[in-house]
Design a protein around this ligand. Structure first.
Ligand SMILES: Nc1nc2c(ncn2[C@@H]2O[C@H](COP(=O)(O)OP(=O)(O)OP(=O)(O)O)[C@@H](O)[C@H]2O)c(=O)[nH]1
Ligand SMILES: [Mg+2]
Length: 445
């Protein structure tokens, strides 16, 4: 465990509810003096886990508000410390007065994420779970909420732990040989280590695929709709958004500025951008619009390149990366063709909506991966990078063993792999990393 920050000696307080007026607000106080301070503020004896209706009094003894005080005795609290919640009326002024009073009794205002940081330091949650709390709060879709909950319950951490145990088992086997340098590693034993590591590599690959999809769901994706003028790009964004956000006309060159909207596809937040049709033009405004299209194309996670089936022979321009694009052939209602979905292209009609579900499914599959990798948890870029590094070190160990480069090297590769994996749950990590992660949290969390 990263014991970079000493166990807290001070008590911290913050408003845990959203700023502004409301029916109620919750103020949290955590730290060694929380119970004592709370009894001074309430003028009452507080028993653990008993909600009491009480007055809250300032340092001069004057009543600020009446509400509920709830004491959680350490270590059975969110932070693992003595912790008291004050449920007040939802007035920002009451909250400020109560915070002033808590500070007058020796507490200090909490930094963003400091309650969660303390929970992490006291091993109530690991780092991936702490991140899941922030992700749960910032979730923009129902699916994200569900998946953040799974990470928070420790599902992702448990998978990481499984892989870690396998890794440690092989490492221990190799270290045992290293402790007895006289014992030569026979071919059979080396083969056995390789097989164990290959199995481990396969498990990491699965976890990585799931983490990638989890990351996509968390961070969302940008989808650009592009193509020649008048093919139906703006009609498509309107259909996806189920709202008339872009102007549609029969005149080519209608869209100039990119038009964007946020939609949800299979629980994933997708930022869709409709762009100006790409063609050679002397029109200065349209040219600028096309330049913006090019910039949007460069930044998009996926491009829907659209053309019109009544004008065959269209090719994907070279600035569009085929690996990052889906080709859509629109207006099949004009030719009487049936909708069709191929691996990377769809024949459809935005006008009649036939073939549209197939396109949405293809977008989902391209952004989230195959059905098998259906996402069991929410993840972050940091997790993916750590898993990738783990994978690289394990592969290096296998290769070293195959090429008989010596057990020491394989042992070292596996030590690095374990370190990379441990960063996910926070078993290894720097003060910097913790600072970065927890500073993104809300105040009071
Ligand atoms: N028949 C038919 N017409 C369509 C279909 N989709 C769009 N259109 C028509 O095609 C014309 C152009 O549609 P837009 O959505 O404005 O096309 P665009 O690609 O955004 O055009 P620009 O912004 O000018 O590049 C409009 O008259 C639409 O009604 C379709 O599936 N079938
Ligand atoms: Mg348009």
């Amino acid at each position: 465990m990263a014991n970079v920050i000493p166990t807290s000696s001070d008590s911290i307080c913050a408003v845990a509810t959203a700023p502004g007026r409301g029916a109620l607000a919750v103020i949290r106080l955590s730290g060694p003096d929380a119970h004592t301070i709370a009894e001074q503020v309430t003028h009452r004896k507080l028993a653990a886990r008993q909600a009491i209706l009480t007055g809250f009094y300032d340092a001069g003894g004057e009543r600020i508000d009446q509400g509920i005080a709830l004491y959680f005795q350490a270590p059975a609290s969110f932070s693992g410390e003595e912790l008291v919640e004050f449920h007040t009326h939802g007035s920002p002024v009451v909250c400020d007065l109560l915070l002033d009073t808590l500070c007058a009794h020796g507490a200090r205002l909490a930094e963003p994420g400091e309650f969660s940081l303390r929970a992490f330091m006291n091993r109530k949650i690991d780092l991936a779970q702490a991140e899941a709390i922030a992700d749960l709060i910032s979730s923009s879709t129902e699916q994200c909420v569900r998946l953040a909950n799974r990470s928070l319950q420790g599902l992702f951490s448990a998978r990481v732990q499984d892989v870690l145990e396998q890794l440690v088992a092989v490492r221990t086997g190799i270290e045992a040989y290293l402790d007895f340098p006289d014992e030569d590693l026979d071919v059979q034993q080396a083969q056995h280590f390789c097989e164990q590591l290959e199995q481990l590599g396969a498990d990491i690959a699965t976890l990585l695929e799931q983490a990638q999809a989890g990351e996509r769901l968390h961070a969302g994706a940008t989808l650009a709709i592009a193509g020649p003028p008048n093919v139906g790009k703006s009609s498509l964004i309107n259909a996806l958004a189920q709202s008339d956000i872009a102007i549609v006309t029969a005149a080519p060159g209608t869209t100039r500025d990119p038009v964007a909207t946020d939609i949800e596809i299979a629980g994933m937040p997708v930022h869709v951008v409709d762009t100006a049709g790409v063609r050679e033009t002397e029109d200065v405004i349209e040219r600028e619009g096309i330049e913006r299209t090019r910039r949007t194309l460069a930044q998009a996670d996926l491009v829907v390149w659209m053309d019109d089936v009544t004008q065959p022979g269209q090719v994907l321009p070279k600035e569009v990366d085929a690996a990052r694009s889906i080709r859509v052939h629109n207006k099949i209602d004009l030719t009487g063709q049936a909708p069709e979905a191929l691996e990377d292209e769809v024949y459809l009609s935005v006008k009649t909506a036939s073939g549209l579900p197939a396109l949405i499914e293809l977008i989902r599959a391209r952004l989230l991966g195959s059905e098998q990798a259906s996402t069991p948890f929410l993840a972050r870029r940091r997790h993916r990078l750590a898993l990738q590094r783990t994978q690289e070190h394990v592969q290096a160990a296998v290769q070293g063993l195959r090429e008989a480069r010596g057990l020491e090297l394989a042992g070292e590769d596996l030590r690095l792999a374990q370190h990379a994996l441990g960063e996910i749950t926070g078993e290894f990590g720097s003060e910097d990393l913790l600072g970065r992660i927890f500073s993104e949290f809300c105040i009071g969390k």
